[in-house]
Design a protein around this ligand. Structure first.
Ligand code: PL4
Length: 403
């Protein structure tokens, strides 16, 4: 018999989202009369807009004709890489710095292979659980402690620091995960804040994995949508992004990662070259149908459709935040992000999750699932059909949070 990988054994409990799904199923079984509404997992609900959908269909049709058939496309469609460079980065990158993938989460998992187990990790607390759990899986997190893992610096993001962490807590040579607009707090970092993040990374010899999965939700024009708007970032940061939350590709699967050639390991070796090696070794390219859809999504018409889709979800966010604020629940987020971060002082997150489920039949996400600083918060996702969101708001109006 083979021995279990100790890194898997080191993972605490189950992954957050399947655990929520499990509790939801359990509740539905014991309350068959309840019509549950999900404001929990950040999963898109709206149909694909026509131009983007036609791009996907075109990709499938092309596969059916000898002259347009394509097989493996390891590095990604050159036209898509060029368009990503133009739309998101003002053409400032070389094309071989942009790698097309099957989504941001998959790239985050693979990126961890670049740094192995001998790296110190720093995360915003709270943050998307994949950063911590993925670090545990590659053996970079150290042993479990009461509140997390010994090898990880948790950088609290709270109301007191306006949801931007104290960067002086970053240790030398850290791998820093930073997500803006943030999941779950909804906080979008200002240009000055990202400048201080880049300065801190350069000073400590750290590398930033910048997760920009929600950048298309930024409406305040003063807020940067990419870390590469910040001078010096190409020497200390790489960026992952995705079509999931902008174009509704959560199930289609398409994303990208930008790895600047200026980015080096301590010995001067190229991070870009290693990433290319990792990708060509354990990834066989994104679906060519998805890439055809991605190209349509980044056309002028597609970008208008993305704006309309993200506006729609931000409209949901405004309704949810309004309903919570009517109850005097203190909230942030929802303005430049699809998540609302609601505070229930002195309450335990999982108890609040259960209470909202029981009283309102609304599924949410407990803040503590995103890190210790998320305790006593609940994340409300704005991904939902409008009628469901409206109904959830009506139900929440009668909700009484315990004092
Ligand atoms: C549930 C900060 C959602 N099963 O779709 P991808 O892989 O391009 O992007 C995933 C992703 C990347 N980065 C951030 C994210 O928040 C997400 C998606 N997060 C959520 O509710 O927090 C979906 C979670 C999914 C999962 O585990 O990712």
């Amino acid at each position: 018999m083979l021995k279990r990988n100790q890194n898997s054994a080191n993972l605490k409990a189950g992954y957050l989202f399947p655990e929520i799904a499990r509790r939801r199923r359990e509740f539905a079984t014991s309350h068959p009369e309840a019509r549950l509404i999900s404001l929990g997992v950040g999963n898109t609900t709206e149909p694909l807009p026509p131009h983007i959908c036609a791009g996907l269909a075109r990709g499938a049709t092309m596969l059916g004709a000898a002259e347009s058939y394509s097989g493996y496309m390891d590095e990604g469609l050159p036209a898509l890489r060029k368009r990503i460079n133009a739309v998101f980065y003002d053409n400032k990158h070389a094309i071989d710095e942009i790698f097309i993938s099957d989504g941001a989460k998959c790239d985050i998992g693979r990126l961890q292979l670049l740094f192995g187990s001998d790296v110190h990790v720093a995360v915003q607390d709270p943050s998307y659980p994949v950063y911590v759990d993925g670090s545990v899986l590659v053996g970079a997190a150290g042993g479990a402690t009461a509140n997390g893992y010994a090898g990880i610096s948790y950088l609290p993001c709270t109301a007191e620091n306006d949801y931007f962490p104290d960067l002086s807590k970053i240790e030398s040579n850290s791998l820093i995960y930073f997500c803006s607009p943030n999941n779950p707090t909804g906080a979008a970092a200002t240009k000055a804040q990202l400048q201080s993040l880049v300065a801190a990374a350069l000073k400590t010899g750290s590398l930033i994995i910048f997760d920009a999965a929600y950048s298309e939700y930024i409406r305040d024009r003063a807020l940067p949508k990419t870390i590469f708007d910040i001078e010096g970032a190409d020497s200390c940061a790489l960026e992952v992004n995705s079509f999931s939350k902008s174009a509704g590709f959560t199930g289609v699967r398409l994303g990208w990662t930008v790895v600047p050639k200026k980015l080096k390991f301590a010995g001067g070796e190229s991070v870009n070259a290693d990433w290319s090696r990792v990708m060509s070794t354990i990834f066989n390219g994104a679906s060519n149908i998805a890439q055809s859809g991605g190209l349509a999504a980044l056309s002028d018409t597609g970008l208008k459709e993305i704006k309309a889709l993200t506006d729609f979800y931000l409209g949901n966010a405004a309704l949810i935040r309004g309903a919570l604020e009517k109850l005097n629940i203190s909230c942030v987020g929802g303005d430049n992000s699809p998540y609302i971060w609601a505070h229930f002082p002195k309450q335990d997150s999982w108890s609040m999750f259960e209470r909202i489920l029981e009283k309102c039949h609304v599924v949410t996400t407990p803040g503590s699932g995103f890190g210790p600083a998320g305790e006593s918060f609940i994340r409300f996702s704005a991904f939902g059909r409008r009628s469901d969101v409206e109904e959830a708001c009506v139900r929440l109006a009668d909700f009484k949070a315990p004092k």
